[in-house]
Design a protein around this ligand. Structure first.
Ligand code: PLP
Length: 440
């Protein structure tokens, strides 16, 4: 029997949170681990399965975070566990650039089929989201012969040097870490709750900034639904207008679907909600059930502009991660998890909207599929309230529900349940959240 079926899918508090074993481990962490690495929860995990995480004190927590949108098919999903075990017994590494193996090619074939658009595509695999975003930009620069890259307000693209430059928020991601990579420019995003602009108007505003301040860049890089920046869903028409402008000007349109991809939003890729066909799509997080894997997939003529040997890395497309990714895709397809994400949206958004009706501190409820959020404000206006977000999430944590915050102002509670989570667990989690709001 696999771990995920062995672990009962029910919240259970054995001790207070954190319990004594977690407190001991936290003391060891403080002595051994660099201070720069923070943790959301004050507890240490020992097992995870489906929609729950068990800690070292025997507490079983409901997972509304999926390890930041990674265990989308459920923690320790049986197909993933089996595939990784089998692959580990065969071989763990040869380096695809030395002795290639079929798993890498098979993942590329799947990505070429699953990403939006029927044009001829190619894929290349890496380890992390940031690494893939960097490589998408390397590819766009070679393909266009231009250097400038445009990113957007509130964007999050990673923590490496180039992706720090692309990421908007200074604290904690950039503060003190400069100088940053040059030729990165920022354009205003569509943020319906705060700017009140419709999509086409917001796109005109962004394009005006780009044309006046940059000219013709190599690429635009954008998250179709922003992740760390606050789960901001741009107004309808914003993304298509940007894509049209890119096409008209020979600019590479890069969709960073690291957080929004892999069935998370009730489509395989969030770009599909507006029939967007990006030139390049960046995948990571949910792609391999927790094994480190990322990808750039895109138009063959753009991808193949790079000289032989120009792309790669020692571990990129590691065989264990490729086996996991194939199992993830099979799980999504055979268990109808795209539909399940839509169902989770119906269940959860409805509850959040009802909560909002009686609580003026919930300024906005937004998101798609199982990528949902509430933006918290001071009553009577739209002034961000990060203290409330902290208080509500801490109260939920104490009751055994893992929730994450995000947003430029730190005032957004985000919900990223695994798609395999049961209705009962979701209901229980929402009850806990409701009480957390009441007491905060
Ligand atoms: C998490 C994230 C990244 C960075 O991925 P890492 O694997 O942490 O490097 C990039 N873009 C988006 C949209 C993300 O959510």
């Amino acid at each position: 029997m696999t771990l995920s079926t062995a672990l009962a899918q029910v919240r259970h508090l054995e001790t207070e949170i954190p319990g004594p074993r977690s407190r001991d481990l936290m003391a060891r962490k403080q002595e051994a681990v660099a201070r720069g690495v923070g943790t959301t929860m004050p507890v240490f995990a020992v097992r995870a399965g489906g929609g729950v995480v068990e800690d070292v004190d025997g507490n079983v927590l409901i997972d509304l975070g999926s390890g930041i949108a990674v265990t989308t098919v459920g923690a320790s999903a049986p197909r993933v566990v089996d595939a990784v075990r089998e692959q580990a017994e065969a071989f763990t590494h040869t380096c695809f650039m030395v002795t290639p193996y079929e798993g890498y090619v098979a993942v590329a074939e799947r990505l070429n089929r699953l990403t939006p658009g029927t044009h001829t595509k190619r894929s290349v695999l890496f380890n992390s989201g940031a690494e893939a975003v960097e490589n998408a930009i390397k590819i766009a620069r070679v393909a266009t012969g231009r250097q400038a890259v445009v990113a957007f307000d509130h964007a999050y693209h990673g923590r490496t040097n180039l992706t720090m430059a692309l990421t908007a928020k200074s604290m904690p991601y950039k503060q003190g870490f400069g100088p940053f990579a040059p030729e990165v420019y920022r354009a205003p995003l569509s943020y319906p709750y705060r700017d009140g602009l419709d999509g086409p108007a917001a796109a005109r505003r962004a394009i005006d900034v780009i044309e006046k301040q940059v000219g013709t860049p190599a690429a635009l890089v954008i998250e179709p639904i922003q992740g760390e920046g606050g789960f901001i869903v741009p107004a309808p028409g914003f993304l298509p207008a940007l894509a049209d402008w890119c096409r008209a000007n020979g600019v590479v349109f890069i969709a960073d679907e690291v957080q929004s991809g892999f069935a998370r939003t009730g489509a395989f890729f969030a770009s599909e909600h507006e029939d967007l066909v990006p030139d390049l799509v960046v995948s990571a997080k949910g792609i391999a059930g927790g094994l480190p894997l990322s990808a750039v997939t895109g138009r063959a003529e753009i991808m193949d502009a790079v000289h032989a040997g120009g792309l790669g890395g020692t571990y990129g497309g590691n065989p264990l991660a490729c086996a996991a990714a194939l199992a993830v895709i099979e799980t999504i397809e055979s268990e109808g998890l795209v539909d399940r994400a839509q169902k989770i949206e119906m269940l959860m958004k409805d509850r959040l909207l009802r909560l909002q009706k009686d609580d003026p501190r919930i300024g906005d409820v937004r998101g798609r599929g199982a990528m949902l959020a509430v933006e918290l404000v001071r009553p009577g206006g739209d002034e961000p309230d990060p203290d409330l977000a902290r208080a509500v999430s801490a109260a939920a944590h104490r009751q055994g529900v893992i929730v994450l915050t995000c947003g430029t102002y730190g005032n957004v509670l985000r919900f990223l349940p695994p798609l395999s989570i049961s209705d009962e667990l979701l209901e229980d989690a929402v009850e806990v959240l409701t009480r957390a709001f009441a007491e905060s």
